[in-house]
Design a protein around this ligand. Structure first.
Ligand SMILES: C[S@@+](CC[C@H](N)C(=O)[O-])C[C@H]1O[C@@H](n2cnc3c(N)ncnc32)[C@H](O)[C@@H]1O
Ligand SMILES: [Mg+2]
Length: 300
């Protein structure tokens, strides 16, 4: 069922060959970006909040954005609605790729039984909880203490989710503690960290040899600027204004290269397509805006 919608790595150039559109120098000087400059620099968030001790991946301004709306994590109509609505689609990708990789039955109720996952930048646990219900032994970490408190409270409402270990920390702190996981998952986080390359190195160091990494983010494309920022934040109000900095987005090629340098080979990629008629997302070959990648840690 996936073979149609999955974006294979060999197709990268076909789908993302618009080097003109993906050139950051083009965008820095584009008339459109200049016209929207006030929006790009609108930062309506306070910058003081309680979070993990300062380490390389932390961007204080970004963390303050999430602390400011932490109470809303489980409000399915609130600022995290897009993540709630996308959840079944991203879980379908994770189920498919990880079951294939770990030789598990994708039709099983608890296919991830016996596997250790870490959900990096777990927020309120929107992804950690279903992963735990699918049998994984889940550690959820987030740099914002408030997020972890909310994640803990919510998980404790469910006997299965209450097995999740939540911790206010960073990937690099877990590396120092020499923690290792079968799968390292960081969805919608890399565009909010201070140094994506260092962040990927930490994710890699947390992954066992031949383990899996799953990352989702937003493409630094013209279309992403128009939809994920202008439409989602300023027209539709799906997300608070200033949630995303266009310049922090990564193109699929950049993500592949960054992971490659961190000893992770991207094997599969898919885009997320939004259907405005149904309000649902589905996996697609189109990685022009939102996309997700699955990679394998090279054996040492
Ligand atoms: C858009 S949310 C994504 C939440 C969750 N991964 C999901 O997709 O449902 C980004 C999360 O990453 C966290 N975060 C940002 N930078 C981080 C870092 N350097 N280390 C750990 N967490 C971070 C934020 O606090 C926030 O909860
Ligand atoms: Mg984001």
């Amino acid at each position: 069922m996936f073979s149609r919608s999955l974006y294979r790595l060999r197709n990268l150039s076909r789908h993302n060959g618009h080097s003109f559109y993906n050139s950051s120098s083009y965008f820095k000087h584009s008339a459109l970006i200049t016209a929207f400059q006030p929006l790009l620099h609108n930062k309506p968030y306070a910058t003081t909040t309680q979070h993990a001790a300062s380490t390389s991946s932390l961007n204080q301004t970004e963390l303050a954005k999430f602390a400011a709306i932490a109470e809303s994590w489980w409000d399915a109509e609130g600022p995290f609605k897009p993540l709630h609505v996308m959840n079944p689609t991203r879980l379908a990708f994770i189920r498919s790729t990880l079951c294939r990789h770990f030789g598990k039955d994708p039709f099983s109720v608890r296919p991830f039984e016996g596997l250790k996952f870490v959900d990096v930048g777990c927020g309120g646990g929107i992804l950690s909880e279903p992963l735990a219900r699918m049998g994984a032994s889940v550690t959820g970490i987030d740099a914002v203490d408030k997020n972890i408190k909310i994640a803990r409270l919510h998980a404790d409402l469910d006997p299965v989710a209450s097995s999740i270990e939540y911790q206010c920390t960073t990937a690099e702190n877990l590396v120092e503690e020499q923690k290792k996981f079968d799968a390292v998952i960081a969805l919608e986080v890399i565009e909010h960290v201070a140094d994506p390359a260092e962040f990927c190195k930490s994710l890699s160091a947390l992954t066992v040899s031949n383990g899996a990494t799953v990352i989702s983010t937003i493409n630094r494309s013209m279309r992403a600027y128009a939809t994920a920022i202008v439409a989602a934040e300023y027209i539709l109000h799906w997300l608070p204004k200033g949630t995303h900095e266009w310049s922090s987005f990564l193109t699929p090629e950049e993500l592949v290269m960054t992971l490659q340098r961190a000893s992770i080979s991207v094997e599969e990629m898919a885009g997320f397509a939004y259907n405005p008629l149904t309000g649902q997302w589905s996996l697609s070959d189109d990685v022009g805006v939102n996309f997700i990648a699955f990679g394998i840690k090279n054996s040492e």
